[in-house]
Design a protein around this ligand. Structure first.
Ligand SMILES: *Cc1c(COP(=O)(O)O)cnc(C)c1O
Length: 531
């Protein structure tokens, strides 16, 4: 500690008696303990009332506040001085957070893969948070362990991964993809002659030749994982797609064959079931056959498309997923669960052993037949929330068909929205929808605008919508060009909502072009006057 800091942090005993008394009284009331049960109930109810008011009163998905305006509100806050009473804290939370939060339940929030969440999942949070189960070992969790395990088993059955499948809850698709590639890497390296295994000995000499194949529109977390795993971004080979943004299996076959001829080691293929931008589903069956032929691990990233497991109409779009070595599913995307709620699964349970570590204080290795079920044996994380309770209460109260109904509805909405966009002469859509996204741009028909102007135009539209708070849409780049994106996960969004957003897109676009056409000659005139 520096000398200055030491002076500022005067020891408790030298503080005035009144402030010490107050701190010790607040400390007495601080914790979730039987003596504070009434305060617990009162506080929960006040929070519920606040959130309920926001739910019913919030008219826009976003206030439009800018980062610098938000920054100003945080200036001068003294975190060393508590506000003391709950009402003051709640009104500060309202001012600093809730007034300007981005509301995913609003029908005109159509940006990213965020969903309105089920009521039972919120109730589950109200139980899981105070009990604060740490699910990593049986001795900290008991029933929580079985709740998580039952849901893993339920999901692997839905996928059809077979009787030897197993898995674990994760923080999200990013962690699941990291686990997939870690296990695929270690499994591959275990088969190399003379290599005693990555876990204890690190990477073998062959590791710079390891390659992972994924479509050119797969999720960026694969590159991140490859870097973390000591393989580097360049170990991920982008495979071209067909016109529907699905991996071209012919191109994959060629890439695998070429890499083998070049002496490289194709350790894994990642097929995406629901790409983040296009909702496209790679041809899982064809890819599985190629993986089998080349001895490569097949991971299916179903972070988004996993919701089809509950669909009564479209489950068959996932045909072939049952042949995967591993699968990831984000319940916090297409199962309408709160963040975080996600799982990673393998078809051969013993392969999860690549992440097992036995710590004497936590989960000592046991020869015992009835060793306790410690989920930490299968996880990259140690302390971990009982995120499974959300999905559990959702399934027990609503059932899986209701979830499927919600996902089917947004798929149907997206098809209707596609027809709407097709009918608009100044909207260019990039592809027919597959799950529930639409990628498009504003492009006035009779204006011969160059690509740079189109980029600026569409970037402006997105900013203007967000600044007015009237709708939140996403942006993405396709082949270097700026596009807008609707991600539809709210079954309450209507085609009329989307038509209204399209009208605003056209208005903001026309405004921009009007200003540009006024501004351009002005600049020209100015230059002429100067020279
Ligand atoms: C969202 C997404 C991920 C990452 O998941 P997180 O839960 O955000 O970590 C991975 N893959 C795909 C296809 C995704 O859509």
């Amino acid at each position: 500690m520096s000398q200055n800091a030491a002076i500022r942090m005067a020891p408790l005993s030298s503080r005035p008696l009144a402030s010490r008394r107050q701190a010790s009284e607040l400390a007495r009331q601080a914790l979730f303990l039987p003596r504070n049960a009434d305060a617990y109930r009162h506080g929960m109810l006040r929070c519920i009332e606040l959130v309920q008011r926001k739910l019913t009163e919030t008219g826009q998905p976003f206030s439009g506040i800018s980062p610098s305006e938000m920054q100003q509100r945080f200036e001068g806050l003294d975190l060393d001085r508590q506000l003391g009473d709950l009402e003051a804290v709640l009104s500060e939370v309202e001012r600093l957070y809730l007034d300007d939060a981005v509301y995913f339940h609003h029908p005109r929030y159509v940006a990213h893969l965020n969903c309105p969440i089920t009521l039972p999942s919120i109730l589950a949070e109200a139980i899981a948070t105070p009990i604060n189960t740490a699910v990593e070992t049986w001795d900290q969790s008991a029933g929580g362990t079985f709740i998580e395990q039952s849901l893993i088993d339920w999901t692997t059955r839905r996928i059809g991964l077979g009787n030897n499948a197993d898995g674990v809850f994760t923080s999200g698709g990013t962690q699941s993809n990291l686990m997939a590639l870690l296990i695929a890497r270690d499994h591959y390296c275990a088969s190399l002659e003379g290599h005693p295994g990555n876990r204890d000995h690190g990477l073998p000499a062959e590791s710079p030749r390891l390659r992972i194949f994924a479509s050119e529109v797969s999720h960026f977390s694969l590159q991140k994982a490859a870097a973390l795993l000591g393989l580097g971004h360049r170990a991920v080979v982008p495979v071209p797609c067909d016109e529907h943004y699905r991996m071209d299996s012919q191109a994959l076959a060629q890439a695998l064959a070429e890499s083998q001829q070049a002496g490289l080691l194709p350790m894994a293929v990642v097929a995406t079931a629901g790409t983040t931008d296009f909702g496209s589903i790679d041809p899982l069956g064809d890819i599985a056959t190629l993986c089998h032929r080349h001895g490569a691990w097949l991971h299916v990233d179903a972070a988004y498309g996993g919701g089809l497991l509950t669909s009564t109409c479209h489950r068959h779009w996932l045909a072939g997923i049952e042949r995967a070595d591993s699968v990831s599913v984000d319940y916090h995307k297409s199962f309408f669960q709160p963040v975080n709620c996600s799982a990673f699964m393998v078809s051969e349970r013993q392969r999860l052993g690549y992440v097992t570590h036995h710590a004497d204080y936590l989960n000592p290795a046991s020869q015992d037949e009835d060793a306790p079920p410690d989920l930490v044996d299968k996880s990259l994380q140690t302390t971990r929330r009982l995120d499974a309770l959300k999905l559990w209460m959702t399934l027990r109260l609503l059932g899986s068909d209701a979830l499927g109904e919600l996902f089917d509805r947004v798929i149907e909405l997206t098809r209707e929205a596609y027809r709407l966009l097709q009918a608009a002469p100044d909207i260019e859509i990039i592809a027919a929808p597959q799950l529930s996204t639409l990628v498009f741009r504003y492009k006035p028909r009779d204006d011969a605008l160059d690509e740079a102007t189109l980029d600026a135009l569409n970037a402006h539209i997105r900013r203007a919508l967000s600044r007015h708070g009237e709708a939140v849409v996403a942006a993405t780049r396709v082949q270097g060009c700026q596009y807008l994106k609707f991600t539809l996960l709210n079954p309450d969004t209507t085609v009329d909502d989307l038509a209204a957003i399209v009208t605003r897109i056209q208005d903001h676009g026309a405004d921009f072009l009007k200003r540009e056409s006024v501004a351009a000659p002005t600049r020209h005139d100015l230059a002429a006057a100067l020279f």
